[in-house]
Design a protein around this ligand. Structure first.
Ligand code: THU
Ligand code: ZN
Length: 291
């Protein structure tokens, strides 16, 4: 772990905002969440927004495009969650995580029950609009693209294809918890199983989560967020990797990875994950079946 990414991000903020964030964090290390008291001023002082988006963009990992997207979402609790894009050198473009997906995933993993605002430094692409369509109450979401007027999300995606089209009544953030248990049990595995039970797979039933353990024994768990249009789904590995970098870790810091998954469904992603983990850091993937 190193703090240089966070310190470089702090340097993009005004001295006041940087101080407010470090004071609010106290002894806690940064995990991608900006406390409500620190972010609230952007609602009345929009001039502070570019700095916060630059702050988020400092977490981008873009070896392919060098195009750094910074995003912020405001959760129902009032806290903000940063997002940044992530690309994988030498891999397929389809493995990439977009800044907006990263911010929403961050809010979801921090236990938010929904989001009310999205701020981003570039217009959300079609893939992101479709990803966002999956959240609970998309019509209540306001989008602020840097330099443009606020716009309702539904105006960005009229005539949409949504969860209803496949007969799904649930939504991301309001997904019912599953009640699977792991074939193996331990405090570590139980934590990953808990996240698998909070994953979102209404179209395939392939509920799963991935735990990444760092060489200094930190655990980062990512959850699968499925999408009605399939391709914009956020894989659990991307969810975990996107989150881990906010805490100052990198792929090379991972020593072990564990997939807890509901097998015998219409799809299975274990081989897909294993291939990326092997190529990125010669990692294996331990499997835990859910029943
Ligand atoms: N990108 C985003 O993160 N969000 C968008 O909506 C536009 C595109 C990223 C994806 C890729 O990492 C880079 O920008 C170039 O497309
Ligand atoms: Zn996008």
């Amino acid at each position: 772990m190193n703090n240089s990414r966070f310190n470089q991000a702090l340097a993009t903020l005004s001295p006041n905002d940087a101080q407010a964030l470090t004071n609010a964090l106290g002894n806690q290390s940064f995990s991608g969440q900006i406390p409500a008291s620190v972010i609230a001023p952007i609602q009345t002082q929009p001039e502070a927004l570019p700095q916060w988006l630059n702050f988020a963009a400092k977490f981008a990992i873009t070896p392919v495009s060098n195009f750094n997207v910074g995003a912020l979402v405001i959760g129902h609790s009032g806290a903000a969650y940063i997002g940044a894009n992530m690309e994988f050198a030498g891999q397929a473009l389809s493995q990439s995580v977009h800044g907006e997906q990263s911010a929403i995933n961050n809010a979801w993993l921090h236990g938010e029950t929904g989001i009310s605002q999205l701020f981003v430094n570039a217009s959300p692409c079609g893939h992101c609009r479709q990803f966002i369509r999956e959240i609970a109450q998309p019509h209540q979401l306001q989008v602020y693209v840097l330099g443009k007027d606020q716009i309702a999300f539904t105006k960005l995606l009229p005539d949409s294809f949504g969860p209803d089209d496949l007969g799904n009544k649930f939504a991301l953030f309001e997904q019912p918890l599953q009640t699977f248990t792991g074939a193996i049990q331990s405090p570590l595995i139980d934590e990953i199983v808990k996240h698998a039970n909070a994953s979102y797979a209404p179209y395939t039933g392939y509920y799963h989560a991935i735990g990444l353990i760092t060489s200094d024994e930190r655990l980062f768990v990512g959850r699968y967020a499925e999408n009605v249009a399939y391709n914009p789904s956020l894989p659990a590995l991307q969810s975990a990797l996107s989150q881990l970098r906010f805490s100052g870790y990198d792929i090379i810091d991972i020593k072990r990875s564990i997939l807890a998954h509901k097998t015998e469904q219409k799809i299975n992603m274990a081989e897909h994950y294993l291939s990326l983990l092997k190529q990125l850091n010669s990692l294996n993937l331990d499997l835990v079946k859910l029943t």
